[in-house]
Design a protein around this ligand. Structure first.
Ligand code: UD1
Length: 430
């Protein structure tokens, strides 16, 4: 298993290209199941999760090809993938695949809508909480699906096709919104989704579906109106920039000090995170083609209270990174996690570096310390592992992060991007 070694204490200076968003690329790839024509996706990040999903889709009969490797002058523009689901050869998504990547559960809606039946494994447990799928199933039932659970599988049928319906989600769910939105595009008649997730990745998928011929109103709002079509067509779509990667590197510069331009980043996608960063004393400015983040010499100010919320609130996917930053603030910060019940796996690992964090229910109280010291730590999930990278960049001495495959799932060329800005970071393959 690979490890990452970091010697901390160096500022970051230069330019970091921001990749296409993993959380948009995955559902966009799944949208290829809705049409027998070709769906071309540009700016797809080269990530373990993307490659795994491509394999899963191939199992259903989706052909895919990748254009030549990325070009030099615009390195944040990733690869171009072509997907064609001319014939769906298998409507089962097996446990071995869905258990390796939760987002592959989202094939449920598209396969059901196109084929009238599907069998998709329940995703199972996950390090950051129980993560149920009741909202996905409720939404598809409202479109007329008959759903049973048998042997750990969701068996969904709609022998006469799905019908438009009205869905009001009791809770904001990104995945359930993707699943039901995609299915509704091929249902007969109008569907309304209330309390839909407004995350920019949902909007990106909806924009792509519109290019494929779907009729969707209310994109970017909590109410989506979908007029179902008999068939969707091929399209070409560019994946939007990754706001979580943007925020992560912004927090990294805040942590180390320095001056970085996040090339290709879009400020409206990360307002809440950047506002939090400004409260810690960091300067954030919009520049042509990106965002500039700098902290030169000033102390890290604590944040008295921040809580994770659905978009446009502070994203849960940046909670661990913010916590890493304020471990060295001059005072006490409190961070409340409201989206996932067990998303504090990084706390114990940050403590190994010398952080002072108390957990009480869904709230972490972080007392700033004067220094962190390098140690051996363990990556537990995708976002937790990158928070350890940030802490290691601030720590004195060497930190070794084990189980970095979690990082490879969601961060493209992380070491290379940081190293070219002055970080001392290397991967040890083992
Ligand atoms: C997506 C993101 C993930 C992000 C999360 C919240 C991808 C690939 N993943 O995950 O990075 O952290 O959104 O922004 O895009 N819930 C239910 N019942 C359901 C579905 C969800 O109770 O049927 C709950 C979850 O347990 C959680 C909350 O709703 O507490 C939000 O989860 P959801 O938005 O569905 O997360 P994902 O789509 O899995």
């Amino acid at each position: 298993m690979d490890r990452i070694k970091i010697s901390g204490g160096r500022p970051l200076n230069g330019t970091i290209p921001i990749s296409g968003a993993k959380n948009a690329a995955l559902p966009l790839m799944i949208a290829s199941l809705l049409t027998s024509d070709q769906l071309t996706l540009k700016n797809v990040p080269n990530l373990a999760d993307v490659n795994l999903l491509a394999r899963i889709l191939r199992n259903h009969g989706v052909d895919h090809s990748v254009d030549g490797k990325r070009a030099g002058p615009t390195p944040h523009l990733g690869e171009t993938f072509h997907f064609t689901a001319r014939d769906i050869v298998d409507t089962t998504a097996p446990y071995e695949m869905v258990s390796r990547m939760r987002a592959s559960f989202w094939v449920l809606g598209p396969l059901l809508a196109r084929m009238g039946e599907t069998r998709v494994s329940l995703p199972g447990g996950c390090a950051i909480g129980t993560r149920p799928v009741d909202l996905h199933l409720m939404g598809l039932k409202a479109l007329g699906a008959e759903i049973d659970i048998d042997g750990g599988y969701v068996m969904a049928r709609a022998p006469n096709g799905l019908k438009g319906g009205r869905i009001t989600f009791a809770k904001v769910s990104v995945g359930a919104t993707h699943n039901v939105l995609m299915a509704a595009c091929l249902a007969k008649g109008e569907s309304v989704i209330e309390n839909a997730a407004c995350e920019p990745e949902v909007g990106d998928v909806a924009e792509c579906l519109v290019k494929m011929g779907a009729r969707i109103e209310g994109i970017g709002t909590p109410t989506l109106r979908i007029e179902g079509r008999d068939r969707l067509e091929g399209a070409t779509h560019t994946v939007l920039p990754d706001r979580i990667e943007t925020g992560t590197f912004a927090f990294a510069v805040a942590a180390t000090g320095g001056d970085i331009v996040l090339e290709g980043a879009r400020k409206p996608l990360v307002e809440a995170a950047l506002a939090a960063l400004e409260r810690t004393g960091v300067s954030v400015t919009e520049v042509e083609g990106g965002i500039r983040v700098s902290r030169n010499g000033s102390a890290i100010e604590p944040i008295d209270r921040i809580e994770t919320q659905p978009f446009p609130g502070f994203p849960t996917d940046l909670q661990a990174q913010l916590m890493a930053l304020v471990t060295m603030a001059r005072g006490t910060s409190t961070i409340r996690e409201t989206i996932f019940e067990n998303r504090f796996m990084h706390v114990q690992e940050l403590a190994r570096l010398g952080a002072d964090i108390q957990l009480q229910g869904d709230t972490a109280t972080v007392r700033g310390v004067k220094r962190l010291r390098g140690a051996q730590v363990m990556a537990t999930d995708l976002r937790a592992s990158v928070s350890l990278v940030i802490a290691a960049l601030m720590a004195e001495g060497e930190t070794t992060i084990n189980r970095v495959y979690h990082l490879d799932r969601g961060f493209e060329r992380l070491e290379a991007k940081l190293a070219r800005c002055g970080a001392q970071i290397e991967r040890v393959t083992g």
